[in-house]
Design a protein around this ligand. Structure first.
Ligand code: PHE
Ligand code: NA
Length: 503
């Protein structure tokens, strides 16, 4: 089984799958409000800087090691150094915790596709979302039973992801991405074209893009920009290592990394334009400032945007359907990737077949995701999201660049990718991995940690923060070490197969 690794059918297919992972809920709702909250255009400049100094270099690194060592994250790290396998499992466990709430947000989006058909939220989208739809309870421990309205869309999201992974890399994952991503692109472009021609849209776009240069030294903007990059590009998540392990021997690693990153970034800009042009129009019709209508977080997609498209009159259902379908498609391809990263690891570790691993893993994850379909789901989601993203991912990323940059011959990766790539990487890349990314990831992680220790996140009760936050982190780290202490089912094969286990 180890000898015959699956492969992508074409370069285009691989790019679509990698872009499919990168382009997700993060582009459509997180990017626009991060920009809006952090000085608009100046955030965008910092974000581009983060893309060049951390995003693209790490993408090249992950594509490079995945392609060279041809393994899921745990197997790749094991082959690099048998003592580093736990880092791969750490990333896989982060994937697990993120996937079980990410899928629920996709389910909301799918519900809203249907709601858009008759604008079910009326003129009180906030009450509708928290009350009628989510049935939000008073706090994170008040589960209030499973919300049956979410069950059907949740099942749909899981089934689509399951089928894609079950049928395999080329026939499933690649094929679905090849259809969904181009469709997604056209849907978003369509919304943008209509959006920017609406009266008042300019004010919305200015709000999003106008740089406030006085804030260039504001460290909060810089940490927000670098924080967005990891989640946004699906890096330090085990995913891109896994996807690139299915690349054919002759693949232009550097070019693929640039294409994936720049396509993802363009999507964020497009999505931001789509959302903010329509928000600008709403502000215009209500005679208020854009600032007053732009809200943050989950609210942007499920409360503010619904309110905004209601201002489009008879065209509202079309834009609602397009927007929420775009959100769903973007989410589904990311959900597939986050599950594949874990399933590939199980297949490698236990020499298990794809079908069996997919059934066992998605079955478990689907059951766990029900917790987020309860009346307390939104609170639990908020806490798990905060801890996994700000600590789980940031520290996994930090350790990854420190280990590979300083305790490993990083040049060997450069020497691996340069002969197969048109565009050669040089000292800037080594410098970005060894110096820039550890500094910013370390700084960001430590600042958030200090912030959380000083003031409990969002004022949630301490026991909720413990069980849904700190404890999840403990499970990720301890679980990673335990999984790594378990012997490889194929360890003999690995050695016999002549794969070098030393660095
Ligand atoms: N990159 C995705 C986004 O922008 C988020 C994601 C990260 C999805 C990791 C899957 C895995 O939404
Ligand atoms: Na993204």
């Amino acid at each position: 089984m180890l000898g015959q690794r699956e492969q992508w059918g074409s370069r285009f297919g691989f790019i679509m799958a990698a872009v499919g992972s990168a382009v997700g809920l993060g582009n459509i709702w997180r990017f626009p409000y991060m920009a809006a909250d952090n000085g608009g255009g100046i955030f965008f400049l910092c974000y581009l800087f983060a893309l060049l100094t951390a995003g693209i270099p790490i993408m090249i690194l992950e594509f490079g090691i995945g392609h060279k060592y041809r393994g899921s994250a745990p197997l790749t790290f094991f082959k690099i150094n048998p003592k580093w396998e736990w880092l791969g499992w750490w990333q896989v466990l982060v994937c697990f915790f993120i996937s079980i709430y990410y899928v629920v947000v996709i389910a909301w989006a799918l519900s809203y596709v249907i709601f858009s058909l008759n604008i079910a939220w009326g003129d009180a989208p906030k009450d509708f979302f928290f009350g009628s739809y989510l049935k939000l309870t008073g706090g994170p421990f008040e589960l209030g039973g499973i919300n049956t309205q979410i069950l059907l869309p949740l099942a749909v999201a899981w089934i689509v992801a399951f089928v894609a992974i079950y049928t395999g890399v080329k026939a499933g994952i690649e094929r679905i991405a090849k259809y969904l991503i181009p469709i997604l692109f056209f849907m978003v472009v369509f919304i943008v074209i209509r959006g920017v021609t609406l009266p008042g849209s300019a004010a919305g776009l200015n709000f999003l893009f106008e740089p406030d240069f006085s804030r260039i030294f504001d460290y909060k903007i810089w940490t927000a920009a670098y924080g967005q990059i990891f989640f946004d590009l699906s890096i330090c998540f085990a995913i891109m290592i896994t996807y690139s392990s299915y690349l054919p021997k002759k693949s232009d690693v550097v070019n693929n990394a640039f294409t994936t990153c720049l396509t993802n970034c363009s999507f964020s800009v497009l999505a931001g334009m789509a959302v903010f042009s329509i928000l600008g129009h709403m502000a215009f019709t209500q005679g208020v400032d854009v600032k007053e209508v732009a809200s943050a977080g989950v609210g942007l997609a499920f409360i503010t945007f619904p309110a905004a498209i209601s201002s489009l009159g008879s065209a509202a259902p079309i834009f609602g359907v397009l927007f929420f379908l775009a959100l769903t498609f973007a989410g589904i391809t990311s959900l597939i990737s986050i599950n594949e990263a874990a399933i590939a690891s199980i297949m490698d570790k236990f020499e298990m077949g794809r079908k069996k691993a997919t059934i066992m893993y998605t079955g478990t994850a689907a059951v766990c995701s029900l917790l987020f379909a309860t009346g307390a789901g939104l609170y639990i989601l908020d806490i798990v999201d905060h801890f996994t993203n700000n600590f789980g991912i940031v520290f996994a990323g930090l350790i990854q660049v420190l280990l590979l940059g300083w305790l490993f011959d990083l040049k060997s990766i450069k020497d691996h990718v340069n002969p197969i790539s048109d565009f050669k990487i040089g000292n800037w890349w080594l410098f970005a991995i060894k110096v820039v990314t550890p500094l910013v990831a370390g700084y960001t992680g430590i600042m958030t940690l200090i912030g959380d220790l000083k003031k409990p996140y969002e004022g949630y009760p301490p026991d909720a923060l413990f069980w849904m936050g700190w404890f999840v982190l403990i499970v990720i780290v301890v679980g990673g070490v335990l999984m790594a202490s378990y012997k490889w089912k194929g360890e003999q094969t690995l050695v016999k197969g002549g794969i070098s286990l030393d660095r």
